[in-house]
Design a binder for this molecule. Structure first.
Ligand code: 6JR
Length: 136
């Protein structure tokens, strides 16, 4: 069995490899590793639904997701991109206190995400310029 300390160390190693977080000092990464939750989603699960409210931010630890969005002129939401290990999503609704802008759907064989709630997001990474300046 893994101890809490081993998990914290594994989380730290992964967090250091996430491009978004590379400018954070170890002290903040360590705090992040403490408060992150690990959630698993099965193929086809809607991790985020466009138009809903939301209070979580996600970093992909394993697997891939598909991002889809309503586009005028189309009946079905259209795929806008795929995201993989080390990529993040869910920042927009947290930064603007607004609705989710897109669907995020788990691809096969499932996805493992590190999740942060709104409070931890605000306290630890909400002020990163990369997030604020992100322009899709
Ligand atoms: N667009 C998450 C990934 C995109 C993308 C374009 C947009 C908005 P969220 O999907 O955060 O939840 O992290 O809203 O909390 O091309 N994502 N690719 N969002 N919005 C979102 C992002 C992630 C859903 C995208 C996204 C737009 C375009 C025009 C408003 C107006």
């Amino acid at each position: 069995m893994k101890t809490g300390l081993q998990r914290q160390e594994e989380n730290m190693k992964f967090l250091k490899s996430v491009p978004l977080l590379k400018s954070l000092p170890s002290e903040k990464l360590s705090k992040l590793a403490d408060v992150l939750d690990l959630d698993f989603y099965h193929e086809g699960d809607y991790i985020i639904r466009e138009g809903s409210t939301g209070d979580a931010f996600f970093i992909i630890n394993q697997g891939e997701v598909k991002v889809t969005q309503k586009i005028s002129g189309f009946e079905e939401p259209q795929e806008v991109r795929k995201l993989k290990r080390g990529d993040y999503f869910g920042e927009k609704a947290l930064l603007s206190e607004d609705r989710r802008t897109a669907n995020v759907i788990a691809l096969a064989p499932g996805v493992e995400c590190l999740t942060l709630d709104r409070n931890s997001f605000n306290a630890l990474i909400g002020n990163l310029n990369e997030l604020k300046e992100k322009d899709y």
